[in-house]
Design a protein around this ligand. Structure first.
Ligand code: COA
Length: 165
């Protein structure tokens, strides 16, 4: 039975291993990861199963939305519901009545599995961020999960990107 909790310092090597296994040439160095965590309002949670870290997510608390920066599952544990478990946890941090009502994320255009996974969880592709990634160059698909109650046309500012929902 897996358990989701805040990341602590001694989880970092296992978290970085998962990132290396998933991102190969583009994995974050320890220094890059630590500097990401030092950003204001950035939070990291891990999923632990029998004393092993099997997934992690990093997100930022922005004024009206959560920015999902990383959400990764150990390749040996994909398809076991661990990604869904982290996503479900994330959705508890937004609500129609709180000031944060949306989750925003960006996924590589070539990462079809993750795009389909995010679509299944209710994210909608809203905009293309041209050449957002390098090595190899790739566009980013900007995706939004709308947790607000008022459906219908509204324009929301996601850190300078205005999106019609
Ligand atoms: C994308 C990722 C986070 C999914 O996590 P996971 O733990 O393997 O996925 P889950 O087991 O939680 O899958 C949940 C559901 O999505 C479905 N799903 C998973 N992969 C899918 C795919 N490629 N296409 C369609 N549905 C998919 C599952 O069937 C499952 O459906 P259910 O809820 O009806 O049972 C994981 O594969 C990963 O770490 N990818 C690499 C990192 C990455 O690209 N992250 C970006 C995430 S935004």
């Amino acid at each position: 039975m897996s358990n989701i909790r805040w990341m602590i310092r001694r989880d970092i090597p296992e978290v970085l291993d998962i990132n290396t296994l998933n991102d190969e040439g583009n994995a974050l160095s320890e220094e890059e990861f630590l500097s990401l965590l030092r950003e204001r309002n950035v939070i990291c949670m891990v999923v632990e199963d029998q004393d092993k870290i099997v997934g992690f997510m990093v997100y930022e608390l922005c004024p009206i939305y959560l920015s999902l920066l990383l959400l990764q599952v150990h390749p040996a544990h994909k398809g076991e519901g661990i990604g869904a478990k982290m996503f479900d946890k994330l959705t508890t941090k937004i609500s129609p009545t709180s000031r944060r009502k949306f989750i925003a994320t960006q996924i590589r255009e070539s990462n079809l599995d993750s795009l389909l996974w995010a679509k299944k969880r209710g994210f909608l592709a809203k905009s293309i961020n041209k050449s957002a990634y390098s090595s190899p160059e790739d566009d980013g698909i900007f995706m939004i999960y709308d947790g607000s109650e008022e459906k219908g046309a509204k324009v929301v500012d996601f850190g300078g990107i205005e999106i019609e929902l």
